[in-house]
Write a protein of this length. Structure first.
Length: 254
């Protein structure tokens, strides 16, 4: 629930001034940039330059966590100022109450994030195994001979453009052998792109799931970072710790 005018009127002057600054972190643009999917600058669909919504369960959970982070941030923000506007308690109590509630919400999101990251680690390990198996040399003698001949042609080609064209006609030959077999560096763009091209043909489902996880993880990570940064910019948790230990405070920057 957004801050109403009555709450705004009851805020101490310093808190009212601070609210004008922190509201910049609650605008649609700020929320989209921190908690939404990443913008695809080279997206083919100019009307919707964002990754499609995930279809697999783990990626869905990652995106749901990001959305929960956004809701948590908005709740922490608005609850903080409603607490400070409560004239039935002193300023220290109002501030500490807000800091404790915010910290509890951050802990809950953090615990959920760690559980999801454990699942992501297991899934990525599985996908790595699938890709590693797909990058093994073919077991057919005939296919192995064809691949060896193609690598020899690529290795002998002096024109890098022509070498790239040859590789693109048979990416498996490049992808399933050490890079030097094709006369390429292991970190070269051509070798990397041929491995990717081969994998997208050999194990398309695994690659699609990897892409989906990559996009979801990007949103997940930015959302967690955004929630932490915005919350700490709003509430001085070190100050709250000090107040709990008996320190004195003049609430000039609530």
């Amino acid at each position: 629930m957004a801050i109403d005018q009555d709450t705004l009127n009851r805020l101490p002057a310093a808190a009212r001034a601070n609210l004008r600054r922190t509201q910049d972190h609650t605008t649609p643009v700020a929320l989209r940039s921190k908690f939404g999917p990443r913008l695809l600058l080279d997206a083919e669909d100019e009307e919707n330059p964002y990754p499609p919504a995930p279809t697999r369960e783990l990626a869905k959970h990652l995106v749901a966590h990001a959305e929960a982070c956004q809701r948590t941030w908005l709740n922490i923000h608005d609850s903080h100022y409603r607490s400070l506007a409560d004239r039935s308690v002193d300023a220290n109590t109002a501030f500490l109450r807000s800091a404790k509630a915010a910290r509890q919400q951050l802990r809950e999101r953090d615990a959920e994030a760690h559980r999801l990251l454990d699942s992501v680690g297991e899934k990525l390990a599985h996908l790595d195994t699938v890709k590693a198996n797909a990058l093994k040399p073919p077991t057919s003698v005939g296919e192995a001979m064809v691949d060896a001949e193609m690598r020899a042609m690529i290795r002998a080609e002096k024109n890098p453009i022509r070498a790239a064209e040859l590789a693109a006609t048979h990416p498996r030959a490049v992808a399933t052998a050490p890079s030097v077999a094709s006369g390429l560096a292991a970190d070269s763009e051509l070798y990397t792109s041929m491995r990717d091209a081969h994998l997208r043909t050999a194990v398309p489902e695994a690659m699609a799931e990897q892409d989906e996880l990559r996009d979801a993880l990007d949103q997940f990570t930015r959302a967690g970072d955004g929630l932490e940064k915005f919350s700490r910019d709003l509430i001085d948790f070190d100050l709250a710790d000090g107040l709990e230990k008996g320190a004195s405070w003049e609430p000039v920057a609530a």
